[in-house]
Design a binder for this molecule. Structure first.
Ligand SMILES: *[C@@H]1O[C@H](CO)[C@@H](O)[C@H](O)[C@H]1NC(C)=O
Ligand SMILES: *[C@@H]1O[C@H](CO)[C@@H](O)[C@H](O)[C@H]1NC(C)=O
Ligand SMILES: *[C@@H]1O[C@H](CO)[C@@H](O)[C@H](O)[C@H]1NC(C)=O
Length: 614
């Protein structure tokens, strides 16, 4: 019989995989899995209520479709080692769980699984309004070029810390932007319903639907007996969850609103949830940022010129590097530079741009310290090419080339970040206190608070909240706290978490400092803080530590947390040879390390955004 050559088969397979598109799945009110992307993943589109507060018959038909993705456990549902799904959220807000899972799923599964004993489904989803969930928050439907044009128009103000005129110009741009959001038909309808309380409820709904799907699958295998037995003991299904960055905010809403549904909750890279939900907002992030930059320069000096290109033969101390960098910034402040692209376009590069880039570098020291030292070093030698291309990758430098023809992320290509910046603003501005009545002097004061906390990232960071200065709607289901939980009880008492919350933090984190993990943990009886002795954003997502992995795995198995606070060594650091995040857990991921580097812009982090910052 004729057998197709292996290559033809491969081509056929590849075609099959890349042919996956979310619209090909018909959304339904129960979970039906479809093979998607690389063959090991399964996807579903689940219909959930648009408005949980509206129980009236008339509008109860209004639903949205949540895009869910699963890396299935390595054992079947019927196995005694099957340990249920773990939900994950990558942060943002506005980050795509689908894109995240495809990069981090296998790694996280290695961290939590106990081979032969405990095997988990790793699960994620694009939160309502985001990415492949529909309808999507998109203030420029079909008009990516319009979004880019507006972003380019405000770039010239060089940051919100450049006085009242910069604030005026940015405010006008923000007003134009938010007016677009209020006008965009599908988006305006969904804006009041994408808040974090609703997303927390979605998780509980998904957990119930997953349980139904699993029960149905087992029943089909006539394993009903085992199933019923288990259910009687357990009561309502408990949620297992790992949240990163903004995902810790989501975890806090989940914990505060549904304490009786909590199974295991890991919060990594901890936001101050009160600072998210109330007050001026986003003022608790940058405590450690400048210190990480100092550590970057220090490490560079110790590593020396063969490893860190900012270092020079003959440097006597770190201050040699420091003074060259300072001189570069001063020169760039005085005389911003430019790049000419081969396609005929050009771009101006300001010191503000370089600071934004350095801020983003600190999220992932393992991947970024060395290449960014090269980039900065080349820029200091007068070659801005690499720097400009990184700025473009990060969205700081909006690119016309990618705006036209209009990209459509509906095919879920690996490069798609799953979301527009509007998704983030819808959550940040809708959930936070209304700041539309604040005048320019209030904002000037706000920006000053940020820049005095971090000279590198403060001005850039201010822009996240500044977008709310004219945001048109508040979240319908708003929750402002208290963000606390009752004491955990392993016997699954109603309204009690099954285990205390486990907090993880790097010693120094550029946007979610350890101080937040400590102050948040204090609100939850029995909670523990695990400190990973490393730099970067989020512990599990930035650096390898067997110690942290073991604590997390043990926690999922038994619900036990360390006593109060412990410290874990990292296995290696950003200047060590061959130190990458994935390889010790998942050698298959080595091959995709370069892809990760390319895609660092939409990995675990609050996205750099093209509006208001510039
Ligand atoms: C809700 O759905 C029912 C049954 O499908 C339909 O008869 C009714 O008209 C719908 N109501 C609205 C407001 O769309
Ligand atoms: C600038 O750097 C880029 C990327 O490394 C390189 O291709 C280019 O040749 C450099 N330009 C000059 C003038 O050295
Ligand atoms: C979890 O608890 C069981 C039963 O007490 C014990 O046998 C097991 O070693 C524990 N697992 C871990 C990782 O501590």
């Amino acid at each position: 019989m004729h057998r197709p050559p292996a290559t033809a088969l491969l081509v056929a397979l590849t075609t099959l995989v890349s042919a996956f598109s979310w619209p090909s799945i018909t959304p339904s009110s129960s979970i039906t899995w479809h093979s998607c992307y690389e063959a090991q993943y399964q996807c579903a589109r689940l219909l959930l209520p648009l408005d949980y507060l509206d129980t009236a018959e008339a509008s109860s038909n209004s639903t949205l479709a949540i895009a869910i993705i699963k890396l299935p456990a390595q054992v079947p549902y019927s196995s005694p080692a099957y340990a249920g799904p773990i939900f994950t959220n990558p942060g943002g807000p506005g980050g795509s769980g689908v894109a995240f899972l495809r990069r981090f799923g296998p790694y996280l599964q290695r961290v939590v699984d106990v081979p032969g004993t405990r095997h988990y489904d790793i699960l994620s989803f694009d939160p309502r309004g985001i990415g492949e969930s529909t309808p999507r928050v998109d203030c420029f439907p079909g008009g990516a070029l319009a979004r880019t044009a507006l972003a380019l128009e405000v770039r010239g103000t060089w940051g919100l810390d450049r006085g009242e005129d910069a604030l005026r110009h940015n405010r006008a741009a923000t007003e134009a932007y938010t007016a677009r959001c209020a006008q965009a038909e599908d988006t305006a309808a969904v804006l009041p319903f994408v808040g974090t309380a609703s997303v927390a409820r979605d998780i509980v709904e998904m957990a119930d639907k997953l349980d139904e799907e699993r029960r149905a699958a087992l029943a089909a295998q006539e394993d009903r007996h085992r199933l019923e037995l288990k259910r009687d003991v357990e009561g309502p299904v408990r949620v297992q969850y790992i949240g990163f960055s903004y995902g810790t905010v989501l975890g806090h809403y989940l914990a505060a609103l549904f304490p009786g549904r909590l199974g295991r909750i890991v919060l990594d890279g901890v936001c101050d949830v009160d600072d998210f939900a109330t007050g001026p907002g986003w003022l608790s992030n940058l405590k450690d940022t400048d210190e990480i930059f100092t550590q970057f320069l220090h490490g560079c000096h110790i590593a020396g010129p063969s490893i860190c290109s900012l270092s020079r033969e003959g440097d006597t101390s770190v201050s040699s590097i420091q003074s060259r960098v300072t001189a570069f910034f001063e020169a760039l402040e005085d005389r911003p530079s430019h790049v000419l692209h081969p396609d005929g376009s050009s771009a101006i590069i300001s010191a503000h741009d370089v600071r934004a880039l350095l801020g983003s570098m600190m999220y992932q020291p393992l991947n970024m310290f060395r290449p960014y030292a090269d980039i900065l070093s080349a820029a200091m030698d007068g070659n801005m090419t690499l720097l400009a291309s990184r700025l473009a990758d990060g969205g700081v430098l909006p690119s016309l080339a990618t705006s036209c023809p209009i990209p459509d992320s509906g095919n879920g290509e690996p490069g798609s970040d799953g979301g527009h910046i509007e998704g983030m603003h819808a959550v940040v501005c809708g959930d936070g206190d209304d700041v539309t009545d604040k005048d320019l002097s209030w904002w000037s004061d706000y920006v000053h608070k940020q820049t005095s906390m971090s000279s590198i990232f403060g001005a850039f960071w201010s822009a996240y909240r500044f977008a709310c200065s004219s945001w048109p709607v508040q979240t319908r289901w708003s929750y402002k706290g208290p963000f606390t939980t009752p004491p955990a009880d392993a016997s699954l008492l109603p309204d009690r978490p099954a285990a205390p919350i486990l907090f993880l933090s790097n010693r120094l984190d550029p946007v979610t400092p350890l101080a937040n993990a400590r102050s948040m943990a204090a609100n939850h009886p029995g909670a523990a803080v695990v400190i990973q002795e490393a730099l970067g954003h989020c512990a599990l997502a930035s650096t390898r530590s067997r110690c942290v992995a073991q604590i997390v795995s043990q926690y999922f198995e038994n619900g036990t947390v360390p006593d109060h606070e412990v410290s874990c060594e990292a296995e290696c650091g950003p200047w060590d040879h061959g130190c990458t995040l994935f390889d010790s857990y998942d050698t298959e991921f080595d091959a995709s390390a370069s892809r990760l580097l390319r895609q660092d812009r939409d990995s675990l982090r609050l996205p750099l955004h093209p509006l208001g910052i510039l």
